[in-house]
Design a protein. Structure first.
Ligand code: NDP
Ligand SMILES: O=C1OC[C@@H](O)[C@H](O)[C@H]1O
Length: 411
């Protein structure tokens, strides 16, 4: 009963959040594009943040921007993306543009001294990521904050999940993200190569991040990558599905299933699984010719958006066996379930509400960083964003596909 009430309260607060008065010095965000994602990723989360005001928007078509501004109560409409960036009333830019435009507009925003919340994947490829995240502008004192918007990272639930793993001793890890096919038409930006589309770029990038975090290291090589495409004549350079595997430095294998065309009736919640290497358990009661071994499996379900509901299961498969012939004499399984809607359920010192979604957790840290506050300590570093794109590029290379094209815009 308590969990049903908790669920209902979280969903209510998520949709009708308390809206505190805005404080002096609130970060004024400008949106580039009247994008589908901005209301979810920024506009709604900003309502409950006393230090964020979504102040301006521009779209390629000013009428579209006006309608969007009216719908979302955004006070200023600019005629162009550049006008948003140049507006002295704007402190930070949210870039919810197609992937292929991220590099160009992030660089333009940084050059204007604006902080940037940049949608994932950060750029079109690793070369662009290195060029952006290693840019001289970011090495200056008081450099603007640049954050790739990897929202699930910032939640207590994901951090709890990671804390349950022993990365050097992982044998395998897997991440699945299946997106219902009805969400995106065949003409969506996700299927345009020149806009850096593709399933590996889109939902696959989360899967890559999850694997990298689970192993706590960078993959050595991509060992398999199998793309599936839309039927011709649709763009054959953009994967609609990518199934791929990487080998990590400890010999463990990480696999992903990134799918933009999942049938609705076959939907499956996003999940990830880490299986540890077999470990010998000290057991004084066993005779010398026997041993006790355990394999630990940690599964996270719906850690992509844990506010709704999520579950972390820790299963230990125990076996008592003969050392000589490995014959199992006895085996049993234990399973424990965990969750963390707030830091209190995991690490009591940090702040936040159980009804915050991933985007709200991320916004909190973006503002903390701008304000020079310690925050939760969770962050997506620049190097992390570069490694992300390296992993994605390696997937495309293994699949025999072209990496996504670089922007024509130079440094
Ligand atoms: N964090 C998350 O959960 C999610 C992140 N994303 C990411 O956000 C970004 C945008 O995705 P999404 O909001 O779904 O996409 P949309 O198509 O809804 O929005 C993209 C925006 O880009 C602008 N745009 C500028 N140039 C072009 C062009 N040549 N072709 C098409 N659009 C153009 C359009 O702006 P205008 O209004 O000016 O016409 C449009 O509003 C992507 O990088 C995606 O990966 C997407 C969904 C979820
Ligand atoms: O969160 C997401 O899920 C659906 C995807 O297509 C989207 O781009 C991604 O960010």
């Amino acid at each position: 009963m308590a969990s049903i009430i908790g669920f209902a309260a979280r969903i209510w607060n998520l949709n009708y959040p308390p809206q505190p008065a805005k404080k002096d010095g609130a970060v004024r965000i400008g949106l580039l594009g009247a994008s589908g994602i901005a209301p979810v990723a920024v506009i709604q989360p900003a309502k409950s943040h006393a230090e964020v005001i979504v102040t301006a928007v521009a779209a390629r078509d000013v009428k579209k921007a006006e309608a969007y501004a009216k719908k979302h109560s955004i006070p200023i409409v600019h005629k162009s993306y550049q006008d948003v960036i140049d507006d002295p009333a704007i402190d930070a830019i949210y870039i919810g543009l197609p992937n292929g435009l991220h590099y160009e507009w992030a660089l333009k925003s940084l050059k204007a001294g604006k902080h940037v919340l940049l949608e994932k994947p950060s750029t079109s490829n690793a070369a662009e990521a290195a060029s952006l995240f290693h840019h001289e502008l970011l090495k200056q004192p008081n450099a603007p904050v640049l954050l790739e918007a990897f929202h699930p990272l910032f939640t207590p639930a994901w951090q709890l999940y990671l804390s349950l793993l022993d990365p050097p001793n992982l044998a395998s890890a897997h991440a699945t993200l299946l997106v219902p096919s009805i969400l995106f038409g065949n003409d969506d930006i996700r299927y345009v190569y020149d806009l850096a589309g593709g399933a590996l770029m889109d939902c696959g990038t989360y899967c890559c991040l999850f694997l990298r975090q689970m192993f706590g290291s960078e993959p050595v090589e991509c060992i398999e990558a199998t793309p599936t495409f839309l039927p011709e004549p649709w763009d054959q350079k953009c994967d609609q599905v990518m199934e791929a595997k990487w080998r990590f430095p400890n010999g463990g294998i990480g696999s992903i299933d990134a799918n933009l065309s999942n049938p609705v009736l076959k939907s499956k919640l996003p999940w990830c699984q880490a299986i540890h290497k077999e470990k010998v358990v000290q057991d004084e009661e066993l005779s010398e010719e026997k041993e006790h071994v355990v394999v630990k499996r940690v599964v996270g379900t719906l850690l992509m958006q844990p506010v709704v509901w999520h579950r972390i299961s820790i299963t230990e498969q125990h076996t008592i066996r003969n050392i000589a012939d490995k014959k199992a004499l006895k085996s049993w399984t234990t399973t424990e379930y965990m969750k963390a809607y707030k830091w209190e359920e995991f690490n009591g010192k940090k702040k936040g509400e159980d009804w915050w979604n991933t985007y709200r957790w991320m916004l909190e840290e973006f503002v903390n960083k701008i304000k020079g506050r310690e925050g939760s300590g969770v962050w997506m570093s620049h190097q992390n964003s570069i490694h992300q794109m390296e992993m994605i590029d390696s997937g495309y290379a293994k699949a025999g596909m072209a990496i996504r094209p670089s922007s024509h815009v130079l440094q």
